[in-house]
Ligand binder design. Structure first.
Ligand code: ZN
Length: 414
């Protein structure tokens, strides 16, 4: 603050002279750490929140006359609040000045260009989900122990053990906000030349049937895809790509994990949440990127869940499977021997955030497993786990599924 004050002072003088006002004896400048806006949102600008887009991001509807000078998103520019002041000059009316730093700003006269690909930030995504009244109708706040015929039901996230444990680790008055991430690199033209890597967000607090509707997901942002002329295959480049991916996630998600949790407004009431990532949905290559396991079908340890050697997959016994977890993977990393277990020697962002074991949080991907030849072992393994009677029960249920559900019959022709 002290360092930038001269700068601020000059800007202020310039601004005042433009308004044909000047400082006089008794002028007073008040600097605010935070203010509550008319719409109830809190704008924070203390050092503690600098660089933390959660608290000080703003969207500015640009003045039509000036619009051509800026690179805007349909007339909206994005910025971060650095300073909020109230200026009181005697015999003049009180006015407020806010100093902002533009994220994506281009002035015609010079080539200043701050091009930020991450214009959409977590805050807007979650808030827009929570402001949808129909979603809120099916939004669950608390862990629920569900039972039927004496058996525990795990049909929803909020009835699962992960939720129970996560809830036990936070303040009792607060709630868990279960974050579900979904990402998949995808080509966006028919030639397969340009691609994007979008990442989406949804909430486990929403009942599954409601969450499966389109409006219960939000685009969180685009992850950068690195490209290089001849370096695509070098280990240095690959390492950089892994590091960039995890650093981008850190940038996007870190604001969620404030140690005091976060307030979200639901039905005009502030509710105290501790956001926690529950599940990461993606295909096999994506799961490898998140857990930083080798993305090679012929890797010695091809599974991102466990540490089974490729040669042992045919003779797998469930009592000798060693599951990958935060502790054992970090140990390999710390010893510099990550590659010996099919893990990239790169620091995993998910090791630093609470209540998630990234090796358990990703989902199985049947299509790629078929490709790897793993699916057969999974079936055998699951059969053994279920036991004969449950296996028969499953077989009976599968047998009564109609052969072509949803098949349209056009009796009168198309
Ligand atoms: Zn495995």
């Amino acid at each position: 603050m002290r360092k930038g004050f001269k700068e601020f002072q000059n800007c202020l003088y310039e601004y005042l002279s433009e308004l044909k006002k000047s400082f006089t004896e008794g002028s007073l400048i008040k600097i605010f750490g935070s203010v509550i806006l008319k719409n109830g949102a809190i704008l924070r600008a203390t050092n503690k929140f600098h660089g933390r887009p959660w608290f000080s991001n703003i969207a500015v509807a640009m003045n039509n006359e000036e619009l051509s000078k800026y690179q805007s998103d349909k007339g909206i520019c994005y910025a971060q609040t650095l300073l909020i002041t109230e200026v009181n000059v005697p015999n003049e009316s009180l006015f407020h000045l806010v100093l902002v730093q533009w994220y994506d700003y281009r002035f015609d006269q010079n080539s200043d260009l701050y091009d930020c690909p991450l214009l959409k930030l977590v805050e807007c995504c979650i808030e827009s989900l929570l402001s949808n009244p129909d979603i809120i109708k099916n939004f669950i706040y608390k862990y629920q122990f569900l039972q039927s015929d004496g058996e525990t039901l795990y049909s929803e996230q909020y009835s699962g053990n992960w939720w129970k444990n996560a809830k036990a680790s936070i303040r009792p008055e607060a709630h868990i906000l279960s974050i579900i991430l979904y990402s998949d690199a995808t080509t966006i033209d028919s030639l397969g030349k340009s691609s994007l890597h979008p990442i989406y967000i949804s909430l486990g607090n929403i009942r599954t049937w409601r969450r499966n509707k389109e409006d219960a997901k939000q685009l969180l942002g685009y992850l950068p895809i690195l490209s290089a002329n001849n370096e695509g295959q070098t280990s240095r480049f690959k390492r950089l790509a892994h590091e960039t991916f995890h650093n981008s996630l850190k940038f996007l998600l870190d604001p969620l994990f404030d140690e005091d949790g976060i307030d979200f407004k639901i039905n005009n009431k502030n509710i105290w949440f501790f956001p926690r990532i529950s599940t990461v949905i993606g295909d096999w290559p994506e799961a490898c990127t998140f857990s930083l396991t080798f993305k090679l079908a012929n890797s010695n340890y091809p599974c991102h869940f466990c540490q089974t050697h490729r040669n042992d997959l045919t003779s797998i016994r469930k009592d000798c499977i060693i599951i990958r977890n935060k502790e054992n993977m970090q140990e390999y990393y710390n010893n510099g021997s990550a590659e010996s277990i099919g893990l990239e020697q790169v620091y995993n962002y998910f090791w630093t955030i609470p209540n998630i074991d990234i090796y358990a949080a990703t989902v199985p991907d049947r299509m790629h497993y078929l490709d790897l030849g793993l699916f057969r072992y999974q079936i055998e393994y699951t059969k053994e786990l279920l036991g004969k009677s449950l296996e028969d029960k499953m077989n009976r249920r599968i047998a009564i599924i109609p052969r072509h559900p949803g098949l349209k019959i056009f009796a009168k022709g198309v």
